[in-house]
Ligand binder design. Structure first.
Ligand code: SF4
Ligand code: SF4
Length: 508
């Protein structure tokens, strides 16, 4: 048999998959502009639970006016509902979103389920068809001219993807009213799972879960020869779908406080905020269980598991951010900066964010225990600053939006405060190590190229030096792409981990 033919991707299948994907993507994006807006009596009644009556009555002059664009309606809402300038900006944003969603009329509002199928589901099917065509290719990473691929090497396609992603995050966090139509098309799914309309976090969770699942299939296809990656990818899909998406939705459906059970402090930076502590302590046994679990997870489970398995048990097997990075972000892993200066910056930024998170948490707890007497309003301001700078701008806009520009682990490497804690444990007290058998190394550099955390793995391999680095998330890709089997991820005796070769023996 001609092996060259076997190694060719099925071009027809790829083109078909890509076409279906782009059709779904096009419908998804253009659905933002479908429909008109009208505030009817029914709209105002439906809004009575989301907007205070004294604000709603101010919309009376807008009743039954037809708006062809949301921009015009938004301007009028602001003018009428906030005529006294007393509504806080965040609250005003929430009101605008609720009003726009209820006021939408037309094709999308009448057929949200159809739009959901023809956009998100269709794009997912197209992506899967494209991915499955890869079964004709050899497994693993080949010398496939990845740095000549515009989508994966900061070319026009890569930059366009970044602009789209960044734009989406900016709208999601700060101008959700402009993506209200996407909430409408998610309503049927939200209603089915949670028995309530979709909000922007449900929309985000849905897109996130689809992305992890579909691109997880890509990982299954790409690493079908490697058991570590098959199980690891299965794990991130399971935790995203089950723990991050379905379980919190079911808790909401049962009118219980909801929480992603694997989202540990300080990644879950709102855990110790007063509204969350008040909600948990006033929700009976289940709320107290969540409070207990959140504390045990952060103080006992996370350090203990990291001692035994290193950072990888969380960052590459459980975490939602890691799950997205390892699936949606995998095509961009080679873009991580491997320079020494990036390593220096990484250590400063990640530990600064950890310090910020710790200070904020001390203020939150002191404020909660003192009934708001200690730090008072300052706690709220620090919470706001952290939410804006770290929770939204860094983790979301930069962390994911910059995948096609800076690689898939920008947030995990430079910003995540939980990764900082895990890294300290991994570096100083853990059994995890990457063992190198440098005698076999041919210095091809595959390991360094594909290390998403910017670790120059080859440098260690050439010196036959085991790798114990705080940043390493144990993704195992360095070992999978090494053509000589030089690298092994192991859990060994902490005392035996370091085999640093003295300078004079390695010729330095
Ligand atoms: S050193 Fe290897 S296992 Fe660690 S992050 Fe880099 S590629 Fe993944
Ligand atoms: S360790 Fe393996 S992948 Fe890395 S440079 Fe050596 S031979 Fe290449």
């Amino acid at each position: 048999m001609d092996t060259h033919v076997l190694h060719k991707p099925q071009t027809g299948m790829r083109i078909a998959g890509l076409s279906i994907f782009f059709l779904g993507f096009l419908i998804f994006t253009s659905s933002l502009f479908v429909g008109q807006y009208q505030i009817s009596k029914k709209t105002l009644t439906a809004l009575s639970r989301q907007v205070p009556t004294e604000r709603l009555v101010k919309l009376a002059p807008l009743q039954n006016r037809n708006y062809t664009s949301k921009v015009a309606l938004l301007a009028d809402i602001e003018k009428y509902i906030n005529d006294d300038g007393q509504v806080q900006p965040y609250q005003l944003g929430e009101y605008k979103l609720a009003i726009l969603k209820e006021a939408n009329i037309g094709l999308l509002k009448e057929n949200p389920g159809l739009f959901f199928l023809c956009s998100i589901v269709l794009a997912a099917i197209g992506a899967l068809v494209f991915i499955l065509a890869g079964l004709k290719m050899p497994a693993g990473i080949q010398h496939n001219h990845i740095f000549f691929n515009s989508a994966m090497s900061r070319g026009v396609l890569g930059i366009s993807a970044a602009v789209y992603l960044i734009g989406f995050y900016v709208l999601l966090y700060w101008y959700p009213e402009y993506i209200v139509n996407l909430l409408i098309l998610s309503d049927p799914v939200s209603d089915f799972i949670r028995n309530m309309p979709a909000d922007r976090w449900f929309l985000y969770g849905t897109l996130y879960t689809f992305a992890v699942a579909v691109m997880g299939v890509r990982m299954f296809v790409k690493y079908r020869h490697n058991r570590y990656h098959l199980v690891r990818t299965g794990s991130v899909i399971f935790f995203q779908l089950g723990f991050a998406f379905l379980l919190p939705a079911i808790m909401e459906r049962l009118n219980q406080p909801s929480m992603d059970l694997k989202n540990a402090w300080p990644l879950n930076y709102s855990f110790f905020m007063d509204w969350n502590l008040n909600s948990l302590t006033s929700s009976g046994g289940f709320g107290l269980f969540l409070l207990f679990w959140g504390i045990v997870l952060a103080l006992i489970v996370v350090p203990a598991m990291t001692y035994f398995f290193g950072k990888r048990w969380y960052c590459s097997w459980v975490c939602g951010c890691g799950g997205l990075a390892e699936t949606l972000g995998d095509p961009y892993r080679q873009l991580s900066n491997k320079s020494l200066s990036a390593w220096k910056i990484e250590r400063w930024t990640i530990h600064s964010v950890l310090l910020f998170a710790v200070v904020m948490t001390v203020m939150q707890i002191a404020n909660f225990l003192s009934d708001g007497n200690v730090f008072a309003n300052y706690t709220w301001r620090v919470n706001q600053a952290y939410s804006f700078l770290i929770g939204s701008a860094f983790a979301g806009v930069v962390g994911t939006g910059f995948y096609p520009l800076m690689g898939n682990r920008v947030w995990c490497r430079f910003g995540c405060p939980l990764a900082a804690i895990l890294g300290l444990v991994q570096k100083f007290k853990s059994r995890f190590v990457i063992v190198t058998n440098g005698g076999q190394c041919i210095s091809c550099g595959n390991c360094s190229t594909y290390c998403e955390m910017g670790i120059d793995v080859r440098w260690y391999a050439q010196r036959e030096q085991n790798i114990v680095r705080a940043a390493c998330v144990g993704c195992g890709v360095c070992a999978a792409v090494c053509p000589r089997g030089v690298l092994r991820l192991e859990n060994s005796d902490p005392a035996m981990r370091l085999n640093i070769v003295p300078d004079d023996e390695c010729g330095l």
